[in-house]
Write a protein of this length. Structure first.
Length: 131
């Protein structure tokens, strides 16, 4: 299964009053890695009319508090495939501390934006994600 990794610099304003990266920022980073993953195998992410991905659930386990300055290395890969959905795993690593900072699982449902209803995982997606 393929994996996509992106790098995002930790910004000073990513930190909250506790002086570490705010929890919401990790989810934004995971979203960016998820979009990069979709784009790596040609999934339509413009949400305008065909079958596209929609996030139905996500969780995040916070392991290590990142701070500025640092570089977040976020990898995204297929964790589990079902007929009508799939689960992605995003791992956020601190480059500065060389350790995992957070792990997120995201359930993605294919959605037919033209007919406004859930769809099965397109065969083309399945093939590309499991190659």
């Amino acid at each position: 299964m393929s994996e996509v990794t992106i790098e995002i610099p930790v910004l000073w304003n990513d930190m909250d009053a506790a002086q570490h990266v705010n929890n919401l920022i990790y989810l934004k980073w995971c979203e960016s890695s998820r979009i990069a993953y979709f784009e790596s195998f040609g999934v339509d992410t413009d949400f305008q009319g065909g079958i596209g991905p929609i996030l139905s659930y996500q969780d995040c386990k916070y392991i290590f508090p990142m701070t500025y300055p640092d570089m977040a290395l976020i990898s995204c890969s297929l964790h589990e495939m079902k007929s009508d959905r799939f689960i992605l795993k995003s791992v956020v690593n601190s480059q500065k501390h060389e350790r995992i900072a957070a792990i997120s699982y995201q359930t993605i449902v294919p959605y037919d934006y033209k007919n406004l209803k859930k769809a099965d995982v397109p065969k083309a997606w399945l093939k590309r994600m499991t190659e």
